[in-house]
Design a protein around this ligand. Sequence first.
Ligand code: PRP
Length: 287
Amino acid sequence: MSKRIRLAVQKSGRLQEASLKLLRECGIYIENIREGQLMVPTQNFPMDILFLRNADIPRYLEDGVADLGIIGENLVHEEGGRLPILKRLGFSKCRLSLAVPNEIEFNDRNWLNGKNIATSYPNSVQKYLDQHKLKAEIHYISGSVEIAPRIGLADAICDIVSTGSTLFQNSMKEVEVMLKSEACLVSSPLMDAELKPTVDKFLFRINASQLSKNSKYVLLNAPNHKLAEIAQILPGMKSPTIIPLAEAGWSSVHSVINENAFWEIIDQLKAAGAEGILIVPIEKMIP
Ligand code: PRP
């Protein structure tokens, strides 16, 4: 029996729901999560899920208690990059930014010299200050950082910004983006080599799932004399599938297209004579 991976995910917070969704998309199911449960085994994959406080996950990974973790890149950065990133997961995108009250005239980062900065990310702020040869006081606060300027605790803050609504509600503005972040799968530096095949299997499933999200299956009808031109527009995974229709002189063309180029490709297909275009989501994609 293969050794089980211990994967740390947030017990609450912005990454939890999407992390569990990712597991489901990889065919890894967890049943009956009870309130307050710390460890839950998965049913059909050699993996146990550890539900931990976000800020504690790096420690558990560094100590080898957890083998893998899903955390924000901002936390990896805060921990000095000691946790290897295996995969950027494409969700919970946000920025680690400096913000100041709206009324402040912030022309450049030299304004920060001699100021107080409140943050839950002291190492990242110190690194930024050192990088730009700035000197400022850092006040560590574990939460609700955005109220610090209003209560006179700080002149500026450094915090996660996603939609920007927290800053807006607190009459603050983002003045410097220090880091662009998204959820990442990270590993413990002490991970047992015996687990590698299972980790590779997990990564394979994540890749297949991510690939399918960025792609669409396209079906269309085209007159045979237009097929060469249409095949040029639709390269597919290898080349498009072409099936003759019952109506003489016509074929059905099937292929896969990239979500980002979607509308541009559809315009080109229509211009090339494609008709009856159907676009279908892809459940999984194995290259
Ligand atoms: C983060 C951050 C802000 C908020 C920003 O908190 O500390 O409070 O999100 O998001 P917005 O730009 O979409 O408003 P989070 O919700 O992760 O919880 P936390 O307060 O526990 O850090």
